[in-house]
Design a binder for this molecule. Sequence first.
Ligand code: SF4
Length: 426
Amino acid sequence: MNVSDSEKIVTLMKGIGYRQTADAGEADLVLLNTCSIRATAEQRVYGHLGKFKAMKKGKPGLIIGVGGCVAQQEGEKLLKKAPFVNLVFGTHNLHLLQKMVTAAEAGKRSIETDFLDDEKRFDLFPHAESEGGITRFVTVMQGCDNFCAYCIVPHVRGREISRSAAKVVEEVTALAAAGVTEVTLLGQNVNSYGFREPGEPDFADLLRLVAQVDGVERIRFTTSHPKDISPRLIECFAQIPKLAPHIHLPAQSGSDRVLKRMNRGYTGAEYLAKVAALKGACPGIQITGDMIVGFPGEDEAAFQETLALMEEVRYADLFSFIYSARPGTKAAEYSDEVTRAEKQGRLERLQVIQKKTTLQRNESMVGSVQRVLVEGPSSSGDSLFGRTGGNRGTVMPGDPSLAGRVLEVSIVEGLQTILKGEILHA
Ligand code: SF4
């Protein structure tokens, strides 16, 4: 979501005469788009601000702005703690950014962190720039109504709101016309997309509409809440050829007791039933997820249930995190904290198991033929990088002019973090 918001910020800043630089030392304006999902992310914000403060000493005209979830949460406090910051903009205030930067150029400090009512928010999904790119995000909904006990998102992003299907299709059509091959439909919980009015499209309908846009060859979406993934949506994997065979479906825990305390709205068995239905609809689907280790009250037995769930799903990849309390959330009030040493030990054990599964899965792809969307040169520059439908990063020899094409690639090696392949037909 932050990557997508940053793209929109770049578009807005170009509108008032700025251009992007990869070198912060060269910048006249630095906008820090922040995340507060975990304590470490939040601490990094202050680390970055320290660097920008030092830069400003040598360049007093430098404008520094802070946006995103930390800005939303801290508000005025941030301006006080960091007097060298010129502007603070919250998650509902991107549309005010041009005005705020212009005011900063005239020497005025400003802060905008008000949440907007739903009607105004409909107009505030700023279009990302339609020029260029091979794979792009398209926001379809924002906010979240779920209030998982550990999560700060509903507090800093506000309530759930869906964008009209017509607007989504319009943006995807413009991106396709600009040469974009793949779109990722984006939202905190895309599965609950829709206006919940009779006759209005739900997320499965939206996928079918987007699939009709000529030029778009591959569709992805993220993120899915397991409790909201419907049989209609699962069927899409069997029925829409453009829908990539990959789903990010965060379980967060395998223990029913912990899931209940997390307020996730499903049990381990219900989660696994949805995974089985997905594998039935789309054999070979790659499933990735998120797992929290050391949630308050998680004992060894509960942790073992998480490992058992992982064993059954066999995730292609898993983002695993040590729980950190976020002030203002329900879980921050829980007193039965797991010790730091236990959390660390469990995380390490979980990651060893997942690494093994990922490697086995990657190795099992050797000899298969995958449809790979070539995104451009690999990081080493001597080959091409692309992604399979299942979202596995793949490198292969080839000409850079193939970027943007979906090609058949024979997988010759499966490593821990990457596949190696050879293009069959260019
Ligand atoms: S579904 Fe839960 S974890 Fe996801 S954004 Fe909403 S509250 Fe946070």
